[in-house]
Structures are given as C-alpha cells and as structure tokens.
Design a protein around this ligand. Sequence first.
Ligand SMILES: CCCCCCCCCC(=O)SCCNC(=O)CCNC(=O)[C@H](O)C(C)(C)COP(=O)(O)OP(=O)(O)OC[C@H]1O[C@@H](n2cnc3c(N)ncnc32)[C@H](O)[C@@H]1OP(=O)(O)O
Length: 178
Amino acid sequence: MPALKHWLYMKEVLIVAEWTALKNIDPHCFACGQGNAHGLHMRFFSDGERVRSRLIIPGHLRGWHTLVHGGVLATILDEAMSWAAIHLTGRFILTQEMTVRFKKPVRIEEEVRVESCVAERISPRKALLKAEIRNSSGDICAESSGVFALFTAEAFTRMNLVPENMLDAMNQSMWRSA
Ligand SMILES: CCCCCCCCCC(=O)SCCNC(=O)CCNC(=O)[C@H](O)C(C)(C)COP(=O)(O)OP(=O)(O)OC[C@H]1O[C@@H](n2cnc3c(N)ncnc32)[C@H](O)[C@@H]1OP(=O)(O)O
C-alpha cells in the first residue's frame, strides 16, 4: 500500500477506534451520578455509534449470595440504552418498555462491561435500543432491547418532569464530551 494511502487508512482506523468520555449530567442519578453514595457511579464513553461503560458492582447490590441482583443488571442495561438514546439521537428520552434476557450469573465485585447502540429509529418519536453486559471473560451475561420515547427540548419541557433550570443546564452540556 502506498505510504499516503496507508497513513490515511491508519488515521481512519484510529478515528473509528476513538472513544470519547461523555459528560455526566445529574450527580444524584442512581446509575450514573458520581455523587450518589449508594449508586453505581457509571461513566460513559462513545465512539459515535456505540456507548459503553465498565464498572464493578458493589457488594451491597447482591441478590442470591454473591450474585448480582437481576434488577441491578436491568438498571445497568436501561442506563446504557438511555445514554445511547440521548447521545446518538440528540434527544431527551424516557424508557417506554424494555426486555432483559439473563444468560449467565454475574458476581458482585467482578468487573463488567456494558455496550449499547441504536438498533432502529422507529419514528421521529421512538427508537429501539439494544445493550449487552459482558463479564471479564467476554461472555454475554445479560442482554436487553428497549423502546425509548424521544423528545425535543421543547416537548420535554412541556412534560414538566425536570425543573426548567436543570433542563437548560442539561441541554447545554448533554451532548458535549466530559
Ligand atoms: C440523569 C441523567 C441520565 C439520563 C439517563 C436516565 C436513565 C433513566 C431512563 C428511565 O428509566 S426513564 C423512567 C422510566 N420511564 C418512564 O417513566 C416513562 C413513563 N411513560 C410515559 O411517560 C409515556 O408512556 C411515554 C411518554 C413514554 C409514551 O407514552 P405513549 O407513547 O403511550 O404516548 P401517549 O400517546 O399516551 O401520549 C401521552 C402524551 O405524551 C405525548 N408524547 C408521547 N411521546 C412523545 C414524544 N416522543 N414527544 C412529544 N410528546 C410525546 C403525547 O403527545 C401525549 O400528549 P397529550 O397528552 O398532550 O396528548
């Protein structure tokens, strides 16, 4: 391969492989809030097509003995799909429905990775998201799909779910990198 073409190819590979840290928007969120003492403290990264996070699930979120509670895994999947829905569609979102398949048990204090993407833009107001959780061996332990309602800032304001000042701050920072 000629040198210039090779360099362009390498540059393209590097750009494709680049993961950018996404800015956290609510410090109190149970899943992503860095200030929630009881939460999961998830941080997210995106390559423009997917969103991902890695975390160690703390012991107080156990279910049966040392296994992670299924509801906690569902929260992680919901959060990952939510961040993908926000950052990859540029809209405010609400989870409308989701299904989870638990494939392998996950242990507390074990590192897991979660990755999510937009599977289908169903309509201007709805998107289908997918996510999967893998353990440190790379096995898929849980996977989900979910329908997310997509809102413009104006439509979300009309829903009156979040105080307007918080919405403004979110709107300004939500789609920027950390
Ligand atoms: C902290 C920061 C990090 C962010 C991550 C957060 C992760 C957490 C994600 C969640 O868990 S969100 C919490 C769980 N989900 C919810 O609480 C959603 C509750 N469900 C609903 O509010 C409704 O089901 C929903 C708006 C999602 C959709 O309802 P429908 O599709 O059945 O709509 P419907 O036809 O009943 O319309 C109801 C009203 O909403 C309006 N609407 C629905 N979807 C809309 C849309 N996409 N855009 C604009 N307006 C919309 C619709 O026009 C209508 O307005 P009107 O009453 O004035 O006629």
